[in-house]
Design a protein around this ligand. Structure first.
Ligand code: ZN
Length: 97
């Protein structure tokens, strides 16, 4: 790759990043979604902030919670769901039904 090609590639990457950055919605939990995405797939905010990579987080990890398969960041995307699951778990542990 020539120097010019390298610069052109870098420029394209930067432009893409700007387009995505403009499309990103931030949330209190450490995840992001894209405004243009109707299905609101959740991505890891840490991976985006550090590596500018959109890594889809795993939401099957635990009810209301997510985990990034890349950097292992965990967080809560649905407090209510997470709280209810915690309660259910607690009730199971103390033998209440
Ligand atoms: Zn991550």
């Amino acid at each position: 790759m020539t120097e010019l090609e390298k610069l052109q590639k870098e420029n394209t990457n930067l432009k893409e990043r700007l387009v995505i950055a403009d499309d990103i919605e931030r949330h209190k939990g450490l995840y992001i979604t894209r405004k243009s995405d109707e299905t609101k797939i959740k991505y890891c905010s840490r991976c985006w902030d550090t590596d500018h990579k959109l890594i889809q987080v795993d939401t099957n990890y635990s009810p209301g919670k997510f985990k990034c398969p890349n950097c292992k960041t965990t967080g809560v995307y649905d407090k209510e769901l997470s709280r209810r699951n915690g309660e259910a778990l607690f009730n199971t542990l103390v033998g209440k039904h």
